[in-house]
Design a protein around this ligand. Sequence first.
Ligand SMILES: [Zn+2]
Length: 78
Amino acid sequence: MNSSQNQSKAWRYFKKQNNGQTVTCKLCGRSIKLHSSTTTMHQHLNSHHEKEVVEMERSVHQEPRHQIIGKNHFGVRY
Ligand SMILES: [Zn+2]
């Protein structure tokens, strides 16, 4: 059941339509055709939402609590 882990990355940003052939981008609402693979979805993300994806990936891999504490130590106090 873990075999599709790579593909699920793109599925975070898309919703499959009922016909199974089209997906809707959650970020811009645009519909694109699904050509039997997630390549089209990745291409859409890369060309339209590169920034969003990078930030999403970063927030997934980061440890937010640690980062915030570090920032407060070195950064501005409110
Ligand atoms: Zn989009």
